[in-house]
Design a protein around this ligand. Structure first.
Ligand SMILES: [Zn+2]
Ligand SMILES: [Zn+2]
Length: 299
């Protein structure tokens, strides 16, 4: 799984930080999580193609998370992408169907895209051979969801065991990999002794929210936790008022859930001192990185 941070700013974009968006590549899936203003250009900057997108997840309908959506859809509709058999799936919280319909009316273009739009509030809503995605409702000014994205576990061939038995490359190995017992030279060979399971990685994404129980649920078992950290602790009242997290609160979530690594993003434009922000996080949770536009992480 590869994470590409296309935009890491909050309400007001800056020279360094674009509005929110994150591209998650996993197998044949290309998941775009939020699509703030300027996301199309961020794809170009990152040398990624928007035609890689298979699904769009919208956390909530605040401008800094969706203002790039009409432009992106218009471009995709005018490209070869629109000829794809599979629809472009868009998922978001309650009310998103109406919002997207209104948006397409407000910015009319010859829409050739096959779109499926689904409203989700909780539970696993994507489950396939590459990935599983679960939604969790968060505490924000409007309906907002966070996500846990789980790579599907993969069964791999134990090369040493196979060599010992002498099974040649070919369909028999494929069957073992599908967890099926095979017969080779008159003997039954079980996948238990010839394969092993690689556990899929888990990425939690806490989007805009005040402190709530579901923050911990998203973080549970995560190899990587991506968390909004709009404010610093010195402005905790503002964070509470606007239902956002401080850097310290985000770091406490990572600490309590004992995640492997924390990546902070969605920073207010008011802070210029990156070192000070980093210190606030490190005082609570050591393995932390402040995301920047164009940052790539292989999980
Ligand atoms: Zn936001
Ligand atoms: Zn918001």
């Amino acid at each position: 799984m590869e994470l590409i941070f296309l935009g890491t700013g909050a309400m007001v974009p800056t020279k360094e930080r674009n509005h929110s968006s994150l591209l998650i590549k996993c197998g044949k899936e290309g998941i775009l999580l939020d699509c703030g203003e300027g996301t199309q250009r961020q794809f170009k900057e990152a040398e990624e193609s928007a035609t890689r997108i298979t699904k769009i997840l919208i956390s909530h309908w605040h401008g800094d998370h969706v203002l790039g959506l009409p432009g992106l859809l218009q471009t995709l509709s005018a490209s070869e992408y629109a000829k794809k058999e599979e629809p472009l799936e868009i998922y978001g919280p309650k009310g998103i169907k109406k919002k997207i319909t209104q948006m397409l009316e407000a910015f009319p273009f010859d829409n050739k895209l096959k779109l499926t739009i689904k409203e989700v509030d909780k539970g696993t809503f994507i489950e396939n051979e590459d990935i599983e995605v679960e939604a969790f409702s968060l505490e924000h000014a409007i309906p907002c969801i966070g996500f846990q994205i789980r790579e599907t576990d993969k069964r791999r061939i134990d090369v040493a065991a196979i060599k010992k038995i002498g099974i040649p490359d070919g369909p028999l190995l494929g069957m073992l990999q599908k967890n099926k017992t095979i017969t080779f030279n008159g003997k039954k060979i079980s996948p238990k002794k010839t394969t092993y399971v690689v556990q899929g990685k888990i990425v939690g994404v806490i989007t805009d929210t005040g402190q709530c129980k579901n923050c911990l649920k998203i973080a549970e078992g995560a190899d990587i936790l991506i968390c909004e950290a709009t404010y610093m602790e010195k402005e905790v009242e503002k964070a509470e008022q606007y239902k956002h997290l401080t850097i310290k609160q985000a770091a406490l979530i990572a600490h309590t859930a004992n995640v492997q690594k924390l990546i902070l993003n969605h920073f207010s434009q008011r802070y210029k001192e990156k070192a000070e922000q980093e210190q606030e996080a490190k005082d609570v949770f050591h393995n932390v990185t402040l995301a920047y536009d164009g940052m790539r992480i292989t999980v």
